[in-house]
Design a protein around this ligand. Structure first.
Ligand code: SF4
Length: 326
């Protein structure tokens, strides 16, 4: 019989490693797939896949993910994490890879009941159905608690060698890790900015005020402090050298870049440039977060569309800047 082939969704976490090992033990030819967007990257999956010898395809799914993120059918978790729709999308894309490879199934490291929103029995079934190939979606770690799938019926996968793990405890997985000689693995979850309260507050603000936003605007949310100056204009204030560098790297010619002239301080970016009034507020924010004295005006420069202008401004009082903070 020809070797069975599978495409494994691979995060690099312990569950995804174990799901791969369980299939590999059966002699199945498994290829991993993982995804990148501005909200999460593939660094952990890449490093782990290399360590355990799993061939890995990394796909940038930013556009599809963003479309889904703006109006997820099953809503968000605690923050702006649309986990059910996100899993569905990832599995659907893995399904395309399954077809391209002529593989027999897609597998995941999901464990029934491990995460309340996305891994309850109903959620797992909804995801399987909406991804488009419920019969070919295998969850090796919880397979005995779920309906039998086509590759199991066809004898491509030996169901008796799959598992019945459920719940939030990690005892079984730790035991398996020991038996496989896996000594180091990253902690579960983490790494997705859509579960970060501060980041998602900024993202909600972006969605609400800048419907025409692009990837650059999302990347900017990762740096500095963010202030809403008017309904249409915001400012990003670097907190340190790395932020200032990121803000400068992401700046476009139509943005205003503001700095205090004679004192160390932040680079302040006004995406889209704003009007003179908002640029002045941004300049006062630059003074507020610089080392300049608070009791007198200081010189700031503003670069916009290749032209530089200078103003003398007074630092914005902390209470006023706090009101603008996103
Ligand atoms: S935590 Fe993030 S990456 Fe994971 S399923 Fe939820 S939205 Fe997707």
């Amino acid at each position: 019989m020809a070797t069975a082939k599978g495409v494994a969704l691979f995060s690099g976490g312990l569950d995804s490693i174990l799901a791969f090992k369980v299939l590999q033990d059966q002699g199945i030819d498994v290829q991993g797939v993982t995804f990148e967007t501005p909200f999460f990257n593939a660094a952990r999956a890449r490093a782990t896949a290399e360590r355990i010898g799993l061939p890995l395809t990394v796909l940038d799914i930013t556009e599809e993910h963003l479309r889904m993120l703006r109006s997820p059918r099953y809503g968000y978790g605690k923050n702006l994490n649309p986990c059910i729709d996100c899993h569905t999308l990832m599995i659907r894309i893995a399904g395309r890879l399954m077809e391209e490879r002529g593989a027999d199934f897609v597998s995941t490291g999901e464990v029934l009941g491990q995460r309340p929103m996305s891994q309850g029995k109903q959620s797992l079934q909804v995801v399987a159905k909406n991804a488009g190939f419920p019969e070919r979606l295998l969850r090796p770690l919880s397979a005995h608690l779920l309906p039998e799938t086509a590759p199991e019926r066809e004898g491509k996968v030996d169901r008796s060698r799959l598992l019945d793990i459920s719940g939030r405890g990690r005892k079984r997985q730790m035991e398996m890790a020991r038996s496989y000689g896996i000594t180091s693995y990253p902690p579960p979850a983490g790494g997705c900015l859509l579960t970060d309260p501060l980041f998602t507050r900024r993202l909600r603000d972006l969605f609400a005020h800048h419907p025409g936003h692009g990837i650059r605007d999302i990347e900017l949310l990762k740096a500095g402090r963010h202030f809403r100056l008017t309904a249409a204009v915001k400012a990003v204030v670097g907190r340190n050298a790395a932020d200032n560098e990121a803000v400068e790297r992401l700046a476009a010619p139509a943005d205003a870049l503001i700095r205090v002239r004679e004192f160390p301080g932040p680079t302040v970016l006004v995406p889209g440039g704003g009007d003179e009034q908002t640029r002045l507020v941004a300049a006062r924010l630059a003074a507020r977060y610089s080392d300049a004295p608070r009791d007198r005006t200081v010189a700031v420069t503003c670069l916009l569309d290749g032209a530089q202008s200078s103003w003398m401004v007074l630092a914005l009082p902390p209470a006023e800047s706090a009101l603008l903070l996103i």
